[in-house]
Design a protein around this ligand. Structure first.
Ligand SMILES: Cc1ncc(C[n+]2csc(CCOP(=O)(O)OP(=O)(O)O)c2C)c(N)n1
Ligand code: SF4
Ligand SMILES: [Mg+2]
Length: 268
């Protein structure tokens, strides 16, 4: 995530002014103003950095940097606040939707989003995501599904595919022993409070563009006060999939997206 901008200011706001809106000076690609110029701590081929950037592009393009508040998770993205040059707070594991609810209710004019992994959202935070969606909170959830607990060593997550080997399923996930992988968006779709649900991936340039469009759609729902919006991003964890970056990107197409279909699950 090193940019071509000079300097390596770590302090909040030090990166200000280095970035440009994508349309400025006829630029078609530039470092987003909301993305701070810091060293990337993610593994090579990890999807988190791409998703971080897409959020920054959306924030910049909507011109909402001064009123955006992110809620960072526990997981590999625990340091998300280091990358974003807007307000970010941290929540206990799985509780980001509850924290975001509180912030949005007190400050309804702010744009509030959570950033969560699949362990965070679909395991320890199951109750929070269901009730937040069910209440129809006007927040946006960015859900990064990489099928494992990356931060703690690659254990099975609720989203781990049948047969997938992880640190805690060394012979592969057994449906009989471990149950079925959870399709969170399809589960939330039955709740009237959930207004916009889309699943995307970040394993190719084409999918990244679609992911950006979905993230922008989700933020727009909130800007227009339409209620709960969520984007699930199928993301690579080459380290705990024990693959090269290229193999991991291919696995999204070959295996992950065949179980978790891409596209809009619900929009109203
Ligand atoms: C209350 C609590 N329980 C357990 C943990 C340990 N823990 C930290 S991150 C994590 C899983 C994170 O996985 P995921 O949300 O999928 O994020 P990833 O690292 O894969 O992006 C767990 C179980 C914790 N920090 N706090
Ligand atoms: S362990 Fe996986 S999710 Fe965590 S930074 Fe590395 S590749 Fe990304
Ligand atoms: Mg994960």
């Amino acid at each position: 995530m090193k940019s071509r901008a000079k300097g390596k200011g770590k302090g909040k706001g030090k990166g200000k002014g280095k970035g440009h809106a994508l349309t400025e000076n006829n630029l078609i690609f530039a470092h987003p103003a909301s993305l701070r110029d810091v060293e990337n701590h993610y593994c090579a081929g990890c999807g988190h950095g791409i998703v971080h950037r897409l959020i920054c592009e959306a924030v910049d393009e909507f011109g909402i940097r001064e009123k955006t508040i992110g809620v960072a998770p526990v997981g590999c993205a625990v340091l998300a606040y280091d990358y974003w040059d807007f307000d970010v707070t941290e929540a206990a594991h799985g509780r980001t939707p509850a924290v975001a609810t509180g912030i949005k209710r007190v400050r309804p004019d702010n744009i509030v989003f959570t950033y969560q992994g699949d362990g965070d959202l679909a395991a320890i935070g199951t109750a929070e995501i269901i009730h937040t969606a069910n209440r129809g909170e006007n927040i946006t959830v960015i859900f990064v599904n990489n099928g494992v607990y990356g931060m703690t060593g690659g254990q099975m997550a609720p989203t781990t595919l049948a047969g997938q080997k992880t640190a805690t399923t060394i012979y592969g996930r057994s449906l009989k022993r471990d149950g079925y992988p959870i399709k969170i968006l399809e589960m939330l779709a039955v709740l009237p409070g959930a207004k916009y649900l889309e699943r995307v991936a970040v394993n190719s340039a084409h999918e990244v563009l679609r992911a950006k469009r979905a993230i922008k759609n989700a933020f727009k729902m909130q800007i227009d006060n339409k209620g709960f919006s969520m984007v699930e991003v199928l993301s690579m964890c080459p380290t705990y999939w024990e693959m090269t970056s290229i193999q991991a990107a291919k696995r999204i197409n070959d295996e992950v997206a065949t179980f978790y279909p891409l596209g809009v699950i619900k929009s109203c």
